[in-house]
Design a binder for this molecule. Structure first.
Ligand SMILES: NC(=O)c1ccc[n+]([C@@H]2O[C@H](COP(=O)([O-])OP(=O)(O)OC[C@H]3O[C@@H](n4cnc5c(N)ncnc54)[C@H](O)[C@@H]3O)[C@@H](O)[C@H]2O)c1
Length: 247
């Protein structure tokens, strides 16, 4: 069977675990060459390279809260490859607190990590896409960017910002055939949601019409759709992958 991303060069931020790891695996399985990033220990990145093969995946260190780290990563990719077909802005973090207890530093850290980085990376990698007159940018949002969530003002604002950024870039880049979409998960079973208490988890799943959280692979499949030719007439969309939670 023909693979959907054969010959495509894809960038995935935060690729060593959770949703990012599932995206890396899904893209490699469809024939892509993936440049992924890790933040922290290199061990898992090395494991994935050993498992998936050096020819298919490369990991670079990247801290998306730092403009300098983003610049170094962009320079590396520009030296390594002439083309970029798909950029998946997946790296993200939470630093939850009620507004009255939220510090300015925690606000800045989450906004820089989750939103400003997407501006910087999209600006850098839309350049080769413009010359190619083809490309895909996929931003990993969250349903709380649309619904809001008590205790997550910084995170929800960063994810709401991603929706506006997605739609603006979709309009700016449409004439160059660069499609920009946002994939917004609800409750996905990953390290990020490990932090929830059993009570919070039960209350979450109880409210989901499908009565369960998503696997990271279920989110990755939607990203694969946006990366592939199957979505050639879809841009500027924010799709919920949430088991019906936010409808
Ligand atoms: N798990 C969920 O229920 C859920 C729901 C909605 C949205 N999301 C979003 O999905 C994306 C992936 O999250 P996940 O669930 O796989 O969580 P996770 O915590 O397992 O993974 C987050 C990834 O982002 C990377 N990251 C965090 N801070 C970084 C930084 N400063 N620089 C570079 N990389 C950094 C981590 O290294 C990791 O690879 C995030 O954008 C998150 O907001 C997750």
């Amino acid at each position: 069977m023909e693979q959907r991303l054969t010959g495509k060069v894809c960038i995935v931020t935060g690729g060593t675990r959770g949703i990012g790891e599932a995206i890396v695996r899904a893209f490699v399985a469809e024939g892509a060459k993936v440049f992924a990033t890790y933040n922290g220990s290199v061990e898992k990145a090395n494991q994935l390279v050993a498992e998936l093969g050096e020819a298919h995946v490369h990991f670079s260190q990247l801290n998306t809260s730092s403009s300098e780290s983003i610049k170094a990563f962009v320079d590396f990719i520009n030296a390594e490859t002439q083309r970029v077909d798909v950029l998946v802005n997946n790296a993200g973090m939470t630093k939850d607190n009620l507004l009255m207890r939220m510090t300015e530093d925690d606000w800045d850290l989450v906004l820089d990590t989750n939103l400003k980085s997407v501006f910087l990376l999209s600006k850098a990698f839309s350049r080769p896409m413009m010359s190619q007159r083809k490309g895909r940018i996929i931003n990993i949002g969250s349903i709380v960017g649309s619904t809001g969530n008590a205790g997550q003002a910084n995170y929800a604002a960063s994810k709401a910002g991603l929706i506006g950024l997605t739609k603006s870039l979709a309009k700016e880049f449409a004439s160059r055939n660069i499609l920009v979409n946002c994939v917004s998960p609800g409750y996905v079973i990953t390290d990020m949601t490990e932090k929830l208490t059993d009570e919070q988890r039960a209350s979450f799943t109880g409210n989901i019409p499908l009565k369960r959280g998503a696997s990271a692979e279920e989110v990755a499949k939607v990203c694969l759709f946006f990366a592939s030719e199957d979505s050639s007439y879809v841009t500027g969309q924010n799709i919920f992958v949430d088991g019906g939670l936010a409808m």
